[in-house]
Design a protein around this ligand. Structure first.
Ligand SMILES: C[S@@+](CC[C@H](N)C(=O)[O-])C[C@H]1O[C@@H](n2cnc3c(N)ncnc32)[C@H](O)[C@@H]1O
Length: 273
């Protein structure tokens, strides 16, 4: 672990919930090789370029933040290659990665995985049952996101909790089409993140491909959904996030589950890169 190399923004006393502030392109490598059994990544969509969308029946800007601005297809793909390569090294030999995205990014991510020699295991479709309407009426209503699941390499003996997934699906094999509503109000009570994922979705991912006590990384922590899901499922978590305000939001969510620990007057180390 990078102790002494990079100071965490927050760590609990047992190092089961650790947050780093900074650019994952630099930080994943600093965490060391063969460290994580499971990675969930929800990278920038690269769609915040002045468009509009519909929220609660109103037309609103689609812009999510500076981090989500497109630099063009070639640069966006270079970015995806870089962080995926770092994640590949950080995975244990039989570890796997789940990456979520829309059509804006998922093809680049799939191609980058192929270029890097990951083994793509499944293309999971997350079906959202109540999508906002398409305001332009010139497209089908967007109602899905894709989650690519891949093993570190073609030689990996990847971990899959087949029986648990079957039991979770009422005794029938779990399919690659998952139906989850957007995050409930209660999941947003500590503050909002523009692309927060629903907890039950990430909890299923974690249950499907890791065991209690194993280590989970999210290089695009956001509001910390993966960390909270990992905590609830008894896994150990490391999250990386550029924006300290989202790390503070993560800590408020953490505090609700583990009162006392994050309230301590700890200095927070914002690395500023
Ligand atoms: C799509 S959001 C993740 C949302 C998260 N899954 C959740 O449920 O809240 C991506 C996040 O990655 C952060 N980010 C963008 N580029 C980054 C980078 N290079 N290193 C670390 N974090 C980054 C953004 O600030 C944003 O919060």
């Amino acid at each position: 672990m990078p102790e002494g190399v990079v100071a965490p923004y927050f760590t609990d006393p047992t190092e089961s919930f650790v947050l780093y502030q900074g650019d994952c392109l630099k930080l994943i490598e600093a965490l060391g090789e063969n460290q994580f059994d499971l990675i969930f990544a929800d990278p920038p969509y690269f769609l915040s370029n002045g468009g509009v969308t519909c929220k609660n029946g109103k037309m609103v800007s689609v812009n999510k933040g500076k981090w989500d601005k497109s630099k063009g297809a070639v640069e966006n793909h270079k970015f995806n290659l870089q962080w995926l390569e770092a994640c590949q090294k950080a995975l244990t030999p039989n570890g796997t990665i789940f990456v979520s995205g829309t059509h804006h990014t998922i093809y680049s991510i799939g191609f980058a995985m192929q270029q890097l020699g990951f083994k793509i295991l499944n293309n999971i479709t997350w079906f959202k049952p109540n999508p906002p309407p398409n305001l332009s009426c010139r497209y089908f209503t967007h109602t899905t996101e894709t989650i690519l699941w891949a093993a570190k390499s073609t030689k990996s003996k990847h971990h899959f909790n087949y029986k648990d997934m079957k039991a979770e699906n009422g005794g029938k094999q779990m399919r690659s089409m998952w139906n989850f509503k957007p995050p409930r109000k209660a999941e947003k009570k500590h503050g909002k993140h523009p692309t927060q994922k629903p907890l039950p979705l990430i909890e299923r991912i974690i249950r499907s491909a890791s065991d209690p006590g194993q280590r989970v990384l999210d290089p695009f922590n956001g509001s910390g959904t993966t960390g909270i899901a990992a905590l609830k499922q008894g896994r150990r978590y490391v999250g990386i996030e550029l924006d300290p305000q989202y790390l503070d939001l993560t800590l408020s969510r953490y505090q609700e589950l583990v009162p006392g620990v994050a309230e301590q007057d700890q200095p927070r180390t914002a690395l500023g890169f």
